[in-house]
Write a protein that binds this ligand. Structure first.
Ligand code: SF4
Ligand code: SF4
Length: 110
């Protein structure tokens, strides 16, 4: 079992989540964060910290969110994606993007 970052995080990256993770298992790309599934200890602390509800248990992913299971694994091991444990400012226009759907096409993977 692991927790998974899903679409709502794309273009927002509030990073509230990273400050509470006891394993420091969040990784950061240009416009998205992911959780390394082999390092997450399923404590669920980060879930309540995310203001846009982007973090879900792998047991609860919807059919539309299935793609994020693999994306969290592959991107957390992609060169250039770096471990993040300190909060930083969210991306510009994050308030607009927080309410948008269909953002997968905007995900920058490298
Ligand atoms: S708090 Fe939510 S939106 Fe912000 S970086 Fe974490 S998962 Fe992404
Ligand atoms: S569930 Fe716990 S260990 Fe996993 S990413 Fe969230 S805070 Fe970190």
């Amino acid at each position: 079992m692991t927790y998974v970052v899903t679409e709502a995080c794309i273009q927002c990256k509030y990073t509230d989540c990273v400050t509470v993770c006891p394993m420091d298992c969040f990784f950061e790309g240009p416009n998205f964060l992911v959780i390394h599934p082999d390092e997450c200890i399923d404590c669920s602390i980060c879930v309540a910290e995310c203001p846009v509800g982007a973090i879900v248990s792998d047991q609860d992913v919807t059919p539309e969110q299935q793609v994020y299971l693999e994306l969290n694994r592959t991107l957390s091991e992609t060169p250039g994606w770096t471990r993040i444990s300190r909060q930083k400012a969210p991306l510009p226009d994050h308030e607009y993007w927080a309410t948008q759907t269909g953002k997968l096409a905007l995900l920058k993977q490298d």
